[in-house]
Design a protein around this ligand. Structure first.
Ligand code: NAD
Ligand code: WQD
Length: 339
């Protein structure tokens, strides 16, 4: 079966392409490279020894989608394409709503019109309301999002649910990711943020390689064991495998499904710094900085539903995540070199 991967040149998309190709799927990628490099596609081919059909196009371009669906026999879509910087979305809400919502709408229209019925969607733990007790379950309340980015995920989920109700046999698997980190063990693909990294792990690895002189830890006075925020970090390869499991699940279970993709374990910012130092032997200088607005003290997944219904479990531990992040960063100090 051929899978259309939107945003397949990006961080999570590229790792998912590798898993799909390794498991015998054909892969067609559409990505406008707004936050990625065509080199990622070459590296996917290098790792797997298989070909990727790549289209440098915007998912909002309906004519481009039509051409792709006409040319390839697509059995399923995985929709990663989107803008994802939380802080940027606060300053550029219209660009985020335009990109993330219209891409989802155009894609659903094209799927409806070309008879493609299965879609896996990159949702996020950010859709859960902060009032929920932790660990978060799929049944918990969503909404009260703290950024336009978060609202685009919440609204895209709704667009996909409504399409599932309206279009005969349409099925969606909404995957809510926690905090993906790490890289493929080859060190050939990985996370390559443009500009100053927003997320913790790319910042730590850029300090380690000497691109930044120290890490700012945003707050050490939270009500957590060591005062720094706690998150559920998940290896990107485990996350990628969750998508393959979701495709499999949809073969037998039609309609809407929602799954958390997390490990169920919470680690603090200081835990992450210490683990990275222990695994790599590289010291990470840090300073305690003020809290970052919008950060929650702690959240992590309850992954029981994914374990039970997808038969999916995260296999990699924190040391694996640090080792593979470092393999990527040390082999590619400037990422794909697109900055
Ligand atoms: P990424 O930026 O590396 O990948 C997204 C890809 O989509 C990029 O290659 C970008 O060029 C492409 N893209 C964006 N808009 C497009 C458009 N209109 N048309 C075509 N291509 C477009 O980000 P990622 O970390 O790989 O995230 C993938 C998805 O997972 C995103 O939807 C993101 O919101 C979601 N997600 C990410 C995280 C995370 O922490 N990385 C967590 C939860 C959810
Ligand atoms: C983790 C912890 C920071 C950077 C974000 C999005 C979420 C999801 C994943 C897409 C926090 C601290 C960070 C730094 C630090 N993305 N930190 N210094 O905020 O849990 O989640 O990415 O859906 O929606 O909000 O991840 O990696 O930014 O931060 O101290 O330089 O590291 O305060 O406690 P976050 P993160």
């Amino acid at each position: 079966m051929n899978v259309l991967v939107t945003g397949g040149a990006g961080y999570i998309g590229s790792h998912t392409c590798v898993e799909l190709l390794d498991q015998g799927f054909g892969v067609v990628v559409i990505d406008n490279l707004v936050n990625s490099s065509a080199k990622a596609i070459e590296r996917i081919e290098q790792i797997t020894g298989k070909h990727v059909d790549f289209y440098q196009e915007d998912v909002r371009n309906r004519a481009a989608l039509d051409r792709i669906f006409e040319k390839h026999d697509i059995g399923c879509v995985i929709h990663f394409a989107g803008l994802k910087a939380v802080g940027e979305s606060v300053h550029m809400p219209l660009e985020y709503y335009d990109n993330n919502l219209f891409s989802t709408v155009r894609l659903c229209e094209a799927m409806r019109d070309h008879g493609v019925r299965d879609i896996v969607f990159s949702s996020s733990a950010t859709v859960y309301s902060s009032e929920n007790p932790i660990p978060w379950k799929e049944t918990y309340i969503t909404g009260n999002c703290t950024s336009p980015y978060g609202w685009t995920k919440y609204m895209s989920e709704q667009i996909l649910r409504d399409t599932t109700k309206a279009v005969d046999d349409f099925s969606v698997s909404l995957l809510r990711y926690f905090n993906p980190i790490g890289a493929h063990s080859s060190g050939l693909i990985g996370e390559d943020p443009r500009g100053i990294p927003n997320n913790l792990m790319p910042f730590i690895s850029q300090v380690a390689i000497g691109r930044r002189d120290h890490l700012n830890i945003f707050g050490n006075d939270y009500d957590t064991p060591d005062g720094t925020c706690v998150r559920d970090y998940i290896h990107v390869v485990d996350l990628a495998r969750g998508h393959v499991a979701a495709i499999d699940y949809m073969k037998k279970h039609r309609g809407e499904s929602v799954f958390n993709l997390g490990t169920g374990m919470g680690y603090s910012v200081l835990d992450m710094v210490k683990a990275f130092e222990r695994v790599t032997g590289v010291k990470i200088p840090y300073e305690i900085a003020p809290r970052r607005p919008g950060d929650l003290p702690a959240f992590y997944a309850n992954p029981d539903k994914s374990a039970k219904l997808l038969n999916w479990h995260a296999q990699y531990n924190l040391d694996d995540m640090c080792r593979d992040t470092w393999a990527w960063q040390s082999k590619n100090p400037m990422g794909y070199g697109e900055e």
